[in-house]
Design a protein around this ligand. Structure first.
Ligand code: PGA
Length: 248
């Protein structure tokens, strides 16, 4: 694991965007694994600027998002389909048919999960996977559990995740309770991974990810076993790493 501590969120966003842009320059028809949430917003903004100002070309890029809430239509402003349109897809020259997000409205959940895994495989696997991290150490919507879920699956969201994500909804009651998420194997099969974390509230999860025991109780800790992970962490989220201790 390579850990890069940066001074603030702007620098985190620029560094993350540089990694993604570098991947696209190296392999124009690369497959990107994408994340949602607050953390990658600055990275997406930087990428739209690179497209506008430097001609970063998304024409041959394929993307797979980590997750989607169950029950939300793609045009629901709270859905991750909508988020991706707003923050990246509608602003660059990516082909809509090259973008993939788990469906929020599956006819059959098991089939939707199987098809998502098959689509990742058919695309040749993920070259670079971008991850955020939950306060509870989740990656995608792989919540703390007794075992690692391998492939795309239905998740019951943790109360902590519902509370954290309530800020995007009118109230916590409106946050969907279930989601579809890529599994840990999908993520670990990516050739390269970049994990982003910002804010003191992520410090404990980051400490456990980098130095903790590898356990499904801290899903991100499995990344210690991946051969090419870069953690870009802003000073607040790096607090315990820099002090070399856990909070509890
Ligand atoms: P955030 O979410 O970027 O909004 O903090 C990250 C996550 O929950 O994975």
């Amino acid at each position: 694991m390579r850990v890069i501590v940066v001074k603030d969120y702007a620098e985190l966003s620029r560094n993350a965007a540089r990694m993604v842009a570098g991947q696209i320059y190296l392999k124009p028809d690369c497959v990107l694994g994408l994340a949602t949430g607050s953390t990658p917003l600055g990275m997406y903004w930087e990428l739209t600027q690179d497209y506008r100002d430097s001609g970063l070309n998304f024409a041959e890029v394929t993307t797979f998002n980590l997750d989607e809430y169950l029950g939300l239509a793609p045009d629901d402003p709270q859905s991750y389909h909508y988020y991706m349109q707003q923050n990246l897809f509608a602003k660059v020259n990516i082909k809509p048919e090259h973008t993939h997000i788990p469906t929020g409205q599956p006819q059959d959940i098991a089939t939707a999960c199987r098809e998502y895994d098959a689509a990742i495989k058919a695309a040749g696997g993920i070259d670079l996977q971008v991850l955020g991290i939950g306060k509870n150490g989740h990656i995608g919507f792989n919540e703390p559990d007794l075992k690692f879920e391998a492939t795309t699956h239905m998740v019951k969201l943790d109360e902590e995740t519902i509370a954290a994500n309530a800020r995007f909804f009118k109230s916590a009651a409106e946050v969907p309770r279930f989601a579809l998420s890529m599994g840990i194997k999908n993520i670990m099969y990516a050739r390269k991974i970049v994990l982003l974390a910002s804010g003191e509230e992520k410090a404990e999860a980051i400490y456990r990810t980098v130095y903790g025991k590898i356990t499904p109780v801290t899903p991100a800790s499995i990344l210690q076993l991946h051969q090419d992970v870069t953690v870009i962490v802003e000073e607040g989220a790096a607090g315990l790493l820099l002090e070399g201790r856990a909070q509890s």
